[in-house]
Every structure is written in C-alpha cells, then in structure tokens.
Design a protein around this ligand. Structure first.
Ligand code: CP
Length: 317
C-alpha cells in the first residue's frame, strides 16, 4: 500500500479528493473495532501520542484518546491548566520539551488560528490540528463526511446547508473546503453579523433567511452559537436568534424528506436547535461522535503507522 503523502494534518486545504477518500475508507476499516467486545488492535503498539488541548473539549479530546488506545499506542493527555503553561512557559518551549520525549504524534487544540502550523514547524513529529481559533477543524470535517457518506451512500453533489455562526466557525470553514471537493452545493445562512467578511470567497451560497436556505437540502448542519467568542452586539438576543435561525420541525420540513440533521456539539438546545429535532431520527449527532473515533484512528494510523502494510485490525494478542 502507498504511504500517506502528508506528515501533518493541519487543515483540509491541501488534501485531494482521493486523499479524503483514503482517510474515509481507512476509517471504515476501523469503524467496527469500536463495536467489538474487545475494542483494541495492535496497529500502533510502541507509538506515543500526546494530546495537547489549550481549549475545552469533550468529543475531540476523548475520541483522540480512545482512538490511540484502541490502536494500542501510549496516549498522554496533557492537562494544560495543570502544566507549566500556567507558569508562563511559551508554546515554543512546551514544544521543545515535548519533543525531547520523542512522541510520534502531537494532537493539538488552541485558541489561536495557526498555532498547530507553528508547532508543526518547530517539532520533529506529526501534528494533527484538533481545532485552532476560527481557522480550521479538519478532523471534524472528515468525521462529518464519514457520517454523510454512511447515511447517504455518497457525498457527491449533495445540497448541504450550514446554519448559524459562520464567522466564528472553524467547523464551517473546514466542511466547506471538503464538501466542495465532492461537488456539493454548500449554502450558509445566519445573521449578517455572524457571516465572515470574506464569505463570498468561500465558494458558498449565502442566504439571509433560514427557510430559503433549507429548501431541498440533503444535509442540514447546525452550528453552535459560540457565546465565548461573541463580542457585544453581534446578536440582539439568544431568544431572537432562536426565533429566526433556530432549527425546529417546521423549518426542517422544507428540507428533503430524508434530509439528515448534524451538529458538531456541544449543542445549545433551544437556541440553534430545538430538542425535538436534536433527538429525532433525522438527527445523526451521535453517529458523528461514533464516526469521530474511527476517523481519528484512521488518521493516527496513516500518520504514524506502517502504511506499507494493511492495517492490522485483528484483535490485540
Ligand atoms: N465538535 C467538537 O469539536 O466538540 P468538542 O469541543 O467537545 O471537542
């Protein structure tokens, strides 16, 4: 088998459609490992993965940890709030310190756009971007693509509506890049104050009204209102937002009858999505979480494993 052409995964730009498909196909091979009674394979035995999260995370951090452990790697979770970062250690010194311990992969989330790129330029191992500022969240886009492909059979030429806080969303940006590789019609909708100034350069269709954006959609991707990144008067009120842009059954009825509803989590129930939709059989929110483990197993394997051979997915001895 060919080796994977990339040392790092920093964003979706730079990946070809064939590379995305390879990641998804590899994730498909790993998917059933998490459903076995013994959820462990020997693929990355002897490899070391460090999770370095400078921002809060439930899904991404836990699924990277599970992915590494299910591949038999040694996984270290650095608790930044209990580390020397709190004593003023610079990112560069933290990187050099970690490098001296010879990890194979550093998985990094940071509030500053570009921080994982900086680390990748300073450290002699693979770096995976687990979300940086408002820039990119490539593993989220890949797990979303995996979920869409599993539910819809294919990603090609689907109409995907992304609703909400586009301006602050690394998830929207990474998804738009990936979906365009598959010829999808990507629509974005939200208050003008929550659309990025350069939205036209994203190659998406921009809508002001939720009902118009949802008409005929195959996939509805609802984004979290990022209260922690909203400054002052970008929104009149959460109640007004929920009334105008919150996804409820009435607006969802405008999408295709078999449209699926996605949300990267965590959800603000009653704000961007009503519980009756989030918990309905149209919702694939928990499928996305399950896909996250398989996709992250695939990425760890492709970046740190011996890809000259097929992944060893027999049970660990
Ligand atoms: N989707 C996502 O990145 O969730 P977490 O912040 O919980 O990792």
């Amino acid at each position: 088998m060919e080796s994977f052409a990339h040392r790092h995964l920093l964003d979706i730009e730079g990946l070809t459609r064939a590379e995305v498909e390879r990641i998804l196909d590899t994730a498909e091979a790993f998917f059933e490992v998490s459903r076995r009674p013994v959820r462990k394979v020997p693929t990355l035995r002897g490899k070391t993965i460090i999770n370095l999260f400078y921002e809060a995370s439930t899904r991404t951090r836990t699924s990277f940890e599970l992915a590494g452990k299910r591949l038999s790697a040694d996984v270290i979770n650095m608790n930044v709030s209990a580390s020397s970062v709190e004593k003023g250690e610079t990112l560069q010194d933290t990187c050099r310190t970690l490098e001296a311990m010879h990890p194979d992969v550093v998985v990094m989330r940071h509030g500053t756009s570009g921080a994982p790129n900086y680390v990748a330029s300073k450290i002699d191992c693979s770096v995976i971007n687990a979300g940086d500022g408002m820039h990119a969240h490539p593993t989220q886009a890949l797990l979303d693509a995996f979920t869409i492909r599993k539910r819809k059979g294919a990603i090609d030429n689907l109409v995907v509506t992304i609703c909400g806080d586009i301006a602050h969303s690394r998830v929207a940006r990474s998804n738009a890049h990936l979906l365009k590789l598959f010829g999808c019609e990507v629509r974005v909708v939200g208050p003008r104050t929550l659309l990025p100034p350069a939205v036209d350069s994203m190659g998406v269709r921009v809508y002001d009204r939720l009902d118009e954006a949802l008409e005929g959609a195959d996939v509805v991707m609802v984004l979290r209102i990022q209260r922690e990144r909203l400054e002052g008067a970008l929104l009149p009120s959460l109640r007004e937002y929920a009334r105008t842009f919150g996804l409820g059954p009435k607006s969802l009825a405008l999408a295709k009858p078999d449209a699926i509803v996605m949300h990267p989590g965590p959800m603000n129930r009653g704000v961007e999505i009503e519980s009756v939709v989030a918990d309905s059989d149209r919702s694939v929110v928990l499928d996305q979480v399950e896909a996250g483990v398989a996709v992250r197993m695939a990425l760890l394997y492709l970046l740190a494993g011996d890809t000259a051979e097929s992944p060893a997915i027999g049970e660990s001895g």
